[in-house]
Design a protein. Structure first.
Length: 489
C-alpha cells in the first residue's frame, strides 16, 4: 500500500505538472486573444462561477474517494449502489444550483460585482453544472479504488480539450465583441468537462464492481460527508469572492484611487501569489493520493498506519517547498519576468516567498482531516479562519507600514496559523512524532540547499542554470539523507 501511495503520487505530480503548464499556456492564449479588457472580465467572473461549481459538485469526488476506499474493507455497499446514488445526488444538487444561479445572477452582477458585462459569462456556466457533478462522481470512484492515474489522465484530457476548443472558437467569435468572446471562453470549460466525462465513462465500463447481497443505501453516508465538506469549500470560495470587496473598501477609505487599488490587488492575486504557489500541484497531488490510504487505515482502526501516512504526507509536501521557496526568494524578479513578462509583484515573492513554505502542507493536512471523517470540525475551523482573514485584510490596511499589503499579509498569517493548528490537532489526537534523525535531516537539507545556492550564485550568473544545478544537488542531498524514508515511530 505504501508503494502504491508513492506510485499514485508520482503519477499525479507528473500529470499535475503538465496540467499546470497547460493552464499557464491557456491563460497566455486567453490574454493575447481577449486583450486586457477581456481577460479582466474573464478573471472577475471566475470567482462567482467557481462558487456555483462548488455547490453543484457537492464535493462528491472527495466523498466517493472516502466511501469507496472504506468499502473495499467493509463491503457494506455494492459499487453500483454507490455510483447510482451519487449520480442522483449530483443531478439534484446541480439543478438546485442552476435555480439559485437564475435567481441570484442579476443582484450578483449589478449590485455585488457592479459589472453588467459579466452577466452572460456567468450565466453560461449553468449549462455545464451537471457535467461538473458527473465528473466528480466518476473521478471520486476511481480515486477511491486507488486508480489515481485514470482521474489524472481525465484531468489532462479536460485541459487539452479546453485549450484547443477555446482557441478555435475564440478565433471564430472574436469579431462579435468582447462579451460574446468571454462567454465562449467560459463555455469552453464546459466542453472540456464533457470530453473528460466521456473518457472517464469509457474507462468506468471496463471496471469490475464489488457486489454485495445487502441492499443498504449509501445515501446517508454521502450526505453526511458531502454536506460539511461542501460547506467548508463554500466558505473558502465565498471568502475569495468577498476579498476584493473588503480590500477595495479599506483602500478607498484610505483615499486610494480605483486604478491604484486595481494595480495593488492584481500585483498580489494575479502575479505574486500564483508565482509563490506555482508548484503547489505537488502537495495537492499528494492530498488526492493520500485520502484512500488513510481512509482504509482508519476503517481498519490501524493507528500506526495512520501515523505513518500523516508523517509521510507532511515530509513529502514540505521537501519540494524547501527547494521552490529557496529559488523564488533569490530569483523572484527573474522568474516573474520569465513567466509573466513583468516584475509586478516580484517584491512580494522575494520578501515573503520563503514564509509561504507552510502553504505546501496545507492541502495534505486538510485531506487527512477529511479522510479521518473530521469534515464538521474543518467546517467550523474554516468559518473562523476565513472570518479572521477578512477582518485582517480590512484592519491591517489601516496600519501605516502595512497599508495596501494587508491582503498578502492576512493570507500568509491565516495559512500559517490554520496549518499549524491542524497539524498540532492531529499530533495530539494520534500521538505521532518524528524521530530526531528525521528532524535533523530536514534541517541539514535546508542548510545544504541555501549554502549551495550561495556558492552557485557567486560563481554562475545565469539563474536558470543555477536553478537546474541546485535542483539536481537538492535531490542528491535528499537521497543521501534519506529524507523520504521516514522511520515509522
Amino acid at each position: 500500500m505504501k508503494n502504491e501511495l508513492v506510485k499514485n503520487t508520482i503519477i499525479l505530480i507528473i500529470t499535475s505538472l503538465i496540467v499546470r503548464l497547460l493552464s499557464l499556456f491557456n491563460r497566455i492564449i486567453l490574454t493575447r486573444l481577449l486583450g486586457n479588457e477581456g481577460i479582466s472580465l474573464y478573471v472577475i467572473s471566475l470567482p462567482s462561477i467557481m462558487l456555483f461549481m462548488t455547490v453543484a459538485g457537492f464535493s462528491i469526488n472527495i466523498v466517493l474517494a472516502k466511501i469507496v476506499s472504506e468499502n473495499e474493507v467493509t463491503k457494506k455497499y455494492s459499487d453500483k449502489q454507490i455510483i447510482k446514488k451519487a449520480i442522483i445526488i449530483g443531478i439534484i444538487t446541480s439543478l438546485i444550483t442552476a435555480i439559485i444561479l437564475l435567481i441570484a445572477i442579476k443582484p450578483l452582477v449589478y449590485i455585488c460585482l457592479k459589472q453588467e458585462k459579466t452577466f452572460y459569462p456567468i450565466l453560461a456556466c449553468i449549462i455545464f453544472l451537471p457535467l461538473v457533478a458527473m465528473n466528480n462522481v466518476v473521478r471520486g470512484y476511481f480515486n477511491g479504488k486507488n486508480k489515481i492515474n485514470i482521474s489524472a489522465y481525465a484531468n489532462l484530457v479536460e485541459q487539452v480539450s479546453r485549450i484547443i476548443i477555446s482557441t478555435i472558437l475564440l478565433y471564430i467569435f472574436l469579431p462579435y465583441g468582447i462579451i460574446i468572446s468571454v462567454t465562449i471562453a467560459i463555455l469552453s470549460m464546459g466542453i472540456g468537462e464533457l470530453i473528460s466525462l466521456i473518457y472517464s465513462i469509457f474507462k468506468l465500463k471496463k471496471q469490475i464492481f464489488i457486489k454485495v447481497s445487502t441492499q443498504i443505501s449509501p445515501t446517508k453516508d454521502i450526505l453526511q460527508i458531502g454536506i460539511p465538506t461542501t460547506l467548508t469549500r463554500l466558505v473558502g470560495n465565498f471568502t475569495i469572492f468577498l476579498e476584493p470587496i473588503i480590500y477595495t473598501l479599506a483602500l478607498s477609505l484610505l483615499s486610494f484611487t480605483s486604478e491604484d487599488i486595481l494595480y495593488k490587488y492584481s500585483a498580489i492575486t494575479a502575479y505574486a501569489i500564483p508565482l509563490i504557489t506555482l508548484c503547489s500541484f505537488i502537495s495537492q497531488s499528494l492530498a488526492t493520493a493520500i485520502i484512500p490510504n488513510i481512509s482504509k487505515a482508519n476503517a481498519k482502526g490501524n493507528i500506526q498506519e495512520i501515523n505513518y501516512y500523516i508523517k509521510k504526507a507532511c515530509v513529502l509536501s514540505i521537501v519540494p517547498g524547501i527547494l521552490v521557496s529557496t529559488l523564488i526568494t533569490v530569483y523572484g524578479y527573474e522568474y516573474m519576468n520569465l513567466i509573466y513578462k513583468t516584475t509586478i509583484g516580484a517584491n512580494y515573492v522575494t520578501t515573503l516567498g520563503a514564509l509561504f513554505i507552510v502553504y505546501y502542507i496545507h492541502s495534505p493536512l486538510m485531506a487527512i482531516m477529511q479522510a479521518l471523517g473530521r469534515q464538521k470540525f474543518l467546517f467550523k475551523l474554516d468559518i473562523i479562519f476565513s472570518s479572521i482573514k477578512l477582518i485582517l485584510t480590512f484592519g491591517l490596511a489601516f496600519i501605516s507600514f502595512i497599508s495596501y499589503n494587508s491582503l498578502i499579509y492576512s493570507t500568509l498569517m491565516i495559512t500559517t496559523i490554520s496549518s499549524m493548528y491542524i497539524y498540532f490537532y492531529l499530533k495530539n489526537t494520534y500521538q505521532f512524532k518524528f524521530a530526531f534523525s528525521d528532524k535533523l535531516n530536514i534541517v541539514l537539507l535546508i542548510i545544504l540547499t541555501i549554502l549551495s545556492l550561495i556558492i552557485l550564485k557567486a560563481g554562475i550568473k545565469n539563474y536558470l542554470l543555477n536553478s537546474v544545478i541546485l535542483s539536481i544537488l537538492f535531490f542528491i542531498y535528499a537521497k543521501i539523507l534519506k529524507i523520504t524514508s521516514l522511520s515509522n515511530k
